[in-house]
Each structure stands twice: as C-alpha cells, then as structure tokens.
Design a binder for this molecule. Structure first.
Ligand SMILES: NCC(=O)N[C@@H](Cc1c[nH]cn1)C(=O)O
Ligand SMILES: [Zn+2]
Ligand SMILES: [Zn+2]
Length: 474
C-alpha cells in the first residue's frame, strides 16, 4: 500500500526513535509539586523544539497561577499550542498529549533507574515511557516519517501538549474556553493516546472515568508533641484523620459516603451482556499485575468496577511520620489524600458536597477540638465518546492496516481530566487511540512500553492520518 515506505522508514529509524525516548525520559518532569515544575518547563521546551523541527508554529500559552494548599500562589507551566502548515482542503486533526510524569524514585523499588530508559527483553523501562512520553513522541515520529519521505501529510495537524495532566490539567479548561473560537475553530477531530489496551489486542477507547481528588486536613497543636508527655491527654490530629479515612470505604471496596453509589446509573441487562463478550484474560491480568486476589471473582465484575462504577482510593498522608525508624512524635497537622473515580451520572460538585458533609458530621461526632478542612483541588468529569462518529471508523481501519485485526472497543478506568472539557466546550469529536500495553504499569515501579508497541504504534498513527483523510469530509 502507499503506507509501506512510511512503515519501512519507521522500522529503519526505530533505534533513533528509542534514543529520543531515552532523552525525554531522562528529564524528571514530575508535575506533582511546584519544586519540580522547572523540569516540566524544560520538558515542554524540548517538545516544542522537536515540533519546530517539523516546521510547526509554537505558542506557549500562559495558563496563570495556582493557589497551593499552603496558600502560596505559583505560576503554572505553559501549554504548547502548535500547528503545522495548513491546507484548507484537508481536515484538521488536533493531537493532545502530556509530557509530565508521576513521581518516581529508584528506592521506591524500581529495578532500573526510573529516568534512564533501559531495554530488557524488548521492553523499554522508564518513568513516562508509556504515560505519556512514548505516545507523544510516536505522533511526532509519524509526522517525521511523512516529511522524511517527502510525502504530503494527508491531514492538517495541530498539537496541544501540556505538562500538568498528572496534577489535574490546571488551567487548560480555561484555555480551552478562551481558544474555542480561535485555535479550535478549524479542528475537525481530536485524538488522545494516553491509555492502555486490556489484552495483547489493540483497542479503541470510547470512555474514561473522571476523578475527584480530596485533601482532608486535621490541625491540632502549634507544634509536634512528645507522645510520652502528651499522649493520652490530647486529641491527636492523626487519630482523628485515620478515623475519618477509615470511614470512607469498607473492606469490600464499597464507598460509604451517602449519595455516591445512589447516583450511578444502574447496570442494564444489555450492558451486562456486552461485558460477557469482552476478551479479557483474568489469569494474565493477575500475573501481569501481581495481584493474587481481587475484590471480585469474575472478569465481568472486575471490568465493571474498573470502567463503570466509582472507586475510592486513599493515596497518602502529608505530615505523617513516614521515614524508617521510630520517632515517638504526635504530628501537629496531617493532610489525608484520597480520590473518587467518577462515572456517568455523577457530578463532581455534588460529590464535593456529599464528601464534605459526611466528613464534617463524622468529625463533629468525635468532639475533637482540632480543626478540620476538606478541599477538592481536582474535579474531573467522566468522558464518553460518540462511537458512531466516523473517527472510530478511521481508527478501526488504521488498526486493521497495521495489526491485521479488528480492535477491541474498550473503556479506561483512569482519567484524562481535559477530555470531557474538550468535548463539552468545543463540541468536536474525540477518540482515544491507545498504544500502551495492558502490562505497562503506568504510575507504578518499572513502568515500561514495549519496543514493539512504540514502533507499531508510530505506524498506527501514520495510518490514522491516512484513514482520516479518506473519510467523507465534514
Ligand atoms: N494516563 C492518564 C492518567 O494517568 N491520568 C491521571 C490524571 C489524574 C486524575 N486525577 C488526578 N490526576 C489519573 O490518575 O488518572
Ligand atoms: Zn497520562
Ligand atoms: Zn498518568
């Protein structure tokens, strides 16, 4: 086919493409704390340089500042808005991705240094290899392949690349509204590749869960106290907090906050049947994840609780003593962090009210003189695509061309915070075209992307450009 020379070029360049991923992974662009946002900005500059080399016009759009939990106002990293040369006869595809990463330390239990991309048995290990530096580079390499062979790219291309996705995409929602009539006005399609397959088979993703992230702060004394002197005679902030956190979810994973489960759309018979038809190897999933016992026994229940029910996870406690060794202290102030994944029919602003009311009631019952503060810094809604949109036809055809199979049509348990905003504000069609493998271990120790997924994924994106151009013009 006409794509063969492009595929050949991608195969021939694969070592160079892996080398570039190595350079990107080496930048520890962790967005979780302002202390490392300078690395996020460096990563955005490197990304912009690469887009410029492809002939793109770049704008670093300012998205303002963020008030941190300690009251400090910090300037956010900018968002890259870019555009390659435009031909008004062609449809325009806008590619969204992020180049920030989750935190990673070797001592967390990584086998290799998280910021040194290391290839072992065909897998490329490193923080961000799959989430999301590998896929962002794969898009850029797909463009490069057309250009290197002097083949016209069959669609116009725009990029939105951010550095705050893992922290909730702060500021990008407002930017989307501000640029709806300008940057987005000629966009026909939006594509996101920041997800994983559920088996060895390629997939198209049509829904993601949202996320409400909470801080619950309990403040006690002016300073940390000696537990031998004050233990037993004061209300400890940590004891209050642990009681509150322990009231959020039961041992079967059921969320205990009144109103949360009631909001979720009931499972219909038709939907239940659909889950039976999904290919998902539970034994392989157990082996890949190292989980020996799940909360549920069947693949249907496990997928439903990953895709269509909310879940509550407790992530950590700021201010708690967490170093090795023993320190007989009573921490003066502690902040519990937990999040609730959102599914259709849930509304983050309602969830915020329900959680706050529940925690305040439980806290009042403790008769503690300590101060309680509940805040929700992230409130991202779930996203569901219109699967009858022709973009899904182009995605299916591109998968068939590169992998020779029909893709699975799947959902995603994690969240792309901006996806729902793009849909609501711009009204444009969105598809998610994952190239991450089911066992990539995003956010975990030893995150990886296989060389095969990285290189075949690059071909998939090149084929997707072509298939989009073959759809009836909008
Ligand atoms: N690859 C997508 C991803 O990992 N997204 C994050 C985004 C997020 C949600 N709440 C805070 N950050 C995720 O955890 O789903
Ligand atoms: Zn991601
Ligand atoms: Zn992520």
């Amino acid at each position: 086919s006409g794509l063969d020379p492009i595929f050949k070029y991608i195969d021939e360049q694969q070592n160079e493409f892996v080398q570039r991923l190595k350079e990107w992974v080496a930048i520890p662009s962790d967005s979780s704390e302002p202390q490392t946002w300078d690395k996020v900005v460096r990563m955005l500059n490197v990304t912009a340089d690469k887009i410029k080399m492809l002939g793109g016009n770049i704008e670093f759009a300012d998205v303002g500042s963020q008030r941190m939990s300690n009251g400090q106002l910090v300037h956010l990293p900018p968002v890259i808005l870019a555009e390659l040369k435009k031909d008004p006869k062609k449809p325009t595809l806008c590619i969204y991705g992020h180049v920030d990463v989750q935190p990673a330390k070797k001592e967390d239990g990584w086998t290799t240094d998280p910021y040194t991309l290391t290839e072992i048995n065909g897998n490329l290990y490193g923080r961000g290899a799959s989430d999301n530096k590998g896929p962002v580079l794969a898009w850029l390499h797909a463009v490069e392949a057309y250009q290197a062979l002097k083949q016209e790219i069959p669609v116009n291309i725009k990029f939105i690349i951010e550095g705050m996705e893992e922290a909730g995409s702060n500021g990008l929602d407002t930017l989307t509204e501000q640029r709806n009539m300008t940057f987005f006005s000629d966009v026909d399609y939006i594509v996101i590749s920041d997800n994983i397959w559920i088996s060895k088979k390629p997939a198209l993703t049509y829904a993601t869960r949202g996320n409400c992230f909470f801080f619950v702060e309990v403040e006690g004394q002016k300073q940390d106290m000696h537990s031998g002197v004050f233990g037993g005679s004061i209300h400890e902030a940590m004891t209050d907090l642990i009681a509150l956190l322990d009231s959020l979810v039961d041992s079967r994973g059921r969320i205990l906050v009144p109103g949360i489960n009631e909001a979720v759309a009931p499972l219909t018979e038709e939907e239940e049947k659909r889950y039976q038809g999904i290919e998902f190897d539970l034994e392989a999933h157990k082996k890949d994840s190292g989980v020996t016992k799940f909360l549920y026994d069947t693949k249907e229940e496990i997928l439903q609780h990953r895709w269509r029910y909310p879940s509550l996870s407790i992530h950590g406690i700021e201010g708690a003593f967490s170093d090795p060794g023993s320190k007989t202290v009573i921490p003066r102030k502690v902040i519990g962090k937990f999040s609730i994944r959102q599914v259709p029919n849930m509304d983050p602003s309602e969830v915020e009210k329900q959680v706050t009311k529940y925690l305040q009631k439980l806290f009042a019952e403790r008769n503690s003189p300590n101060q309680l503060k509940v805040t929700m810094p992230i409130g991202a809604k779930p996203w569901v695509a219109n699967v009858s949109d022709p973009q899904f036809v182009a995605g299916r055809r591109a998968v068939q061309t590169v992998f020779g199979v029909d893709p699975d049509l799947i959902c995603e348990g994690s969240t792309i915070p901006i996806a729902r905003n793009f849909q609501d504000v711009t009204g444009k069609s969105i598809i998610m075209l994952p190239i991450g493998g089911a066992d990539d271990g995003e956010h975990s120790q030893n995150e990886k992307m296989s060389r095969s997924n990285y290189i075949q994924g690059t071909k998939l994106f090149a084929a997707f450009f072509y298939e989009l151009s073959q759809l009836p013009q909008k």
